[in-house]
Ligand binder design. Sequence first.
Ligand code: ATP
Ligand code: MG
Length: 384
Amino acid sequence: MKRLIILRYSEIHLKGDNRGFFERCLFDNTVNAIKDINAIVDKGGARYIIKDYDIVDEKKLISRLTKVFGFNWLSVAICVENDINKIIDAVQEFQFNNCTFRVSTRRADKNFPLHSNEVSAKIGEFILKTYSNCIVNLENFDKELVIDIRENGYTYMYLDSIKCAGGMPTGSAGKALCLLSGGIDSPVATYKIAKRGAKIFGLHFHSYPYTSERAKQKVIDLAKVIAQYNGEFKLYFVNFTKVQETIHKNCNPKFMITLMRRIMMRIAEKLAHKLNCKAIVTGESLGQVASQTMEGIISSNSVVSMPIYRPLIGDDKNEIIDVAKKIGTFDISILPYEDCCTVFLPRNPIIKPKLDSVILEEKKINVDELVEECLNNIEFIKIS
Ligand code: ATP
Ligand code: MG
């Protein structure tokens, strides 16, 4: 009796002629997610099968596979030959105790001598006889035993399904550059865009030596959590110290954050073009802080022509925190290391900056030179 893992994909079944492209992408990502574990990945229609693995690796496989974007559900199944006696024997592999249950049979193998209803009835009868404290309830059941009699000569039997990450396969939706701070929001924004199939790159601004090595490590640790879902990606680092010092020395402190954001966006757009990205991603949420007002967003948008995706724009902080906890970034995000934006934080930042006054203020510094210098000193590491 063999065990295998059955994965079912999510939205891909809605695709038409291009479904093959998404399926291949998902297949490659699945193989890649478990490449260091001995197992075979097989595909049959809307399901992918992981087989021929060592049972000691099963938990590790499940943990990896539930994070592959594109799958909705996963089940661990017992696999037997298409033979009613073998199917009955295999029922004992499942725990039935003091519960309501139903049996659902699918019979793709039309040569199988019993109809699906007959199989369900026979197996149900066996369960009732063997586990006397169990009751059949077709509508309101604690457990559903699925029996899937396949054309390939094998029957897959499983009880429970585990929810997977959903979304679309990584790499199926083009490339995006994600502005990743060490906060709670931007890792969630990055996750959400990766979940929709974007191949992502990360960009972090630091103010070394005002910000520490530990603050940089925090961003790397956050990126590693995200990489569990979407695979390896490149994280770029820009030293932003000179930009901040120059604004601090020459401009009205009220405009500090507004001007910083505009320079960050210009750097991001130039890097994004080099990487063939089609969008910049931020963790902004409308009205959350002074720089995230509609006026603040107009000011940042006006220096770039590339689209800026803000997947959290309509989310409350609590909703963002819930996702951060679910994906595993929250505990890292709340570590108390400083971010470059907090280093020169003005006491009274401008809340609704008028574009005219921002542009006037910005004329006091040489923006192009600062942007060029940052881009010339950019560094990156591979996150996996
Ligand atoms: P976060 O929790 O993502 O840091 P926040 O609520 O602290 O967000 P801001 O500090 O105003 O908000 O930042 C808004 C967005 O700008 C961030 O979500 C992120 O995308 C980007 N950003 C801010 N600081 C940095 C940084 N040091 N490096 C890269 N991107 C940054
Ligand atoms: Mg922040």
